[in-house]
Design a protein around this ligand. Structure first.
Ligand code: 5GP
Ligand code: MN
Ligand code: MN
Length: 474
């Protein structure tokens, strides 16, 4: 079994051995490196063995075992060197992501009303397993949504045009091909758009406990004591079905492409192959589905706040997706190349000066929004100056799970978790009582350590620390 070699305080290398084509690297503090599961190390070695991989394969501070690729993993592939695209490298919840809405309310105004706010949000925003969404789509509208993403949703009256400049890709991922999304995938989505889902997806009312970097906080419009609302959800049943369908197709096609899979979960296809292109078209459609979904929920949240706090505005700070594969320019040995960057449980973290960032954040780097848990802090960071060279411009996406759902449910009875949340002043509304234990703050790793490591490495700069006031879960 390969072992991590310490390089510096926050960098650990998994040297290239065996079938690995490139080394892998883990970024995190010593405690995180020690706690890193053997499965993550095995999975990193597998990813580093895939054709056309450009080193290093990166594991971020919140890394934990996933399906094929670890969660908290970044892997880049060069199309000109036989590089592949992998459905498992993006994950099942394609374009799962977080957006944060700003408010002009202060914690003093909102804290006394948190029960009322939680009830109103819980009643308005559909959530939970198999729960229908805010709207039902015809076949034509489904394809329009899959091509248009957030822009489609704004066109339907969900949100404002200004929201789109506050999303990666301007709210619409180009190159979506609804024709590569199966009828079953579309059927699963037919009435799910605008629903939160279950598990770790959340709608959270938070307040800014501390501003940690003035320049980015000013650029983002964050101030101490301010109330913000974060929405974490993905592409629901459609994304899951796209991943399932295309993983099977990639697995079948692998021998024909001369690809020996070290693990069937790593199913992949050459980027230029029919299977690779089909997956990319479908995946981009699923990205648009997630963007449209978060846009619809944004509208519902604004309605609720407008009713409770007349005149209150909730402009979008930013929307980040953390399960994607995107073609991006990165320097490889000093030479700019187009690489297919898989981020699975990882946030893009474009640093200061990146040309394709919107005006409001170009000088300070893009917002990197990371959740902690429903009982601990969450952070807004700014893409860091060294992210480009260290991690293909990526940072962590959260604290990361410290244990699986079953173990968490055993370790943290839901009743106790609820009492603990009440003690720290967080109101929770959840569809699943059992799910509360599975989502216990103790089931997650240390968010402060993850954010500190990202900052120490220069992957991102901590802008603000948020605290939860009210959390809605499926
Ligand atoms: P994932 O994208 O892997 O599903 O989750 C991203 C991260 O969100 C997790 O690693 C965890 O740190 C964080 N998270 C999970 N549940 C909650 C929650 O209820 N509230 C907040 N603020 N963060 C959460
Ligand atoms: Mn997510
Ligand atoms: Mn998700």
């Amino acid at each position: 079994m390969a072992r991590l070699i310490p390089i510096n305080t926050f960098t650990w290398e998994l040297p290239q051995t065996g079938t690995m084509r490139v080394p892998a690297v883990f970024y995190g503090d010593k405690a995180a490196a020690k706690a890193l599961e053997a499965d993550v190390i095995r999975q990193l070695a597998n990813v580093a063995s895939l054709p056309g991989v450009v080193g290093p394969v990166v594991a971020l501070p919140d890394a934990h075992p996933g399906f094929g690729f670890p969660i908290g993993c970044v892997a880049a592939f060069d199309p000109e060197a036989g590089g592949v695209v992998s459905a498992g490298g993006v994950g099942f919840d394609i374009a799962c992501g977080v957006r944060t809405l700003l408010t002009d309310l202060s914690v003093e105004d909102v804290a006394p009303a948190r029960d009322r706010i939680a009830d109103a949000l819980f009643a308005r925003v559909p959530c939970g397993v198999g729960q229908g969404g805010a709207l039902r789509l015809s076949d034509k509208d489904m394809d329009r949504m899959l091509r248009g993403g957030g822009a489609w949703a704004v066109g339907q009256g969900y949100g404002e045009a200004a929201d789109l400049t506050r999303c990666e890709e301007g709210g619409t991922m180009a190159g979506a091909d609804p024709g590569q999304v199966s009828a079953m995938a579309k059927d699963r989505q037919r009435d799910e758009l605008g629903s939160l889902g279950s598990g770790n997806h959340y709608l959270e009312v938070q307040w800014v406990e501390d501003i940690l970097d003035r320049a980015s906080a000013d650029a983002y419009g964050l101030r101490p004591g301010q109330v913000v609302v974060s929405i974490h959800c993905g592409s629901r049943g459609l994304g899951h079905q796209v991943a399932t369908d295309h993983m099977a197709a990639m697995r079948r096609a692998a021998p024909g492409h001369g690809i020996a899979l070290p693990d069937p979960d790593l199913a992949c296809a050459p980027i230029a192959s029919a299977e690779g292109q089909a997956y990319l078209g479908a995946m981009r459609a699923a990205v648009n589905c997630a963007l449209a979904g978060r846009q619809v929920i944004t509208h519902l949240v604004r309605e609720v706040f407008g009713e409770l706090f007349p005149g209150c505005r909730l402009p979008l700070l930013f929307d980040v997706s953390h399960n994607t594969c995107k073609a991006e320019r990165h320097a490889v040995s000093g030479r700019p190349r187009t690489l297919y960057v898989h981020r699975k449980g990882a946030t893009r973290a474009y640093g200061p000066g990146q040309a394709d960032l919107p005006d409001f954040c170009r000088n300070v780097g893009q917002p990197v929004i990371i959740g902690g848990s429903m009982g601990t802090a969450s952070y807004v960071l700014a893409g860091g100056a060294r992210a480009g060279e260290l991690s293909f411009a990526s940072a962590c996406h959260g604290a990361g799970r410290a244990m699986g759902r079953k173990q968490a449910a055993k370790s943290f009875p839901s009743r106790k978790v609820l009492a603990e949340l009440e003690r720290v002043g967080v109101v929770l509304r959840a569809k699943s009582f059992k799910g509360i234990g599975e989502e216990a703050p103790g089931a997650y790793k240390d968010i402060d350590a993850a954010a500190a490591a990202a900052q120490a490495l220069g992957l991102a700069v901590k802008t603000a620390r948020l605290r939860p006031l009210a959390c809605i879960k499926g």
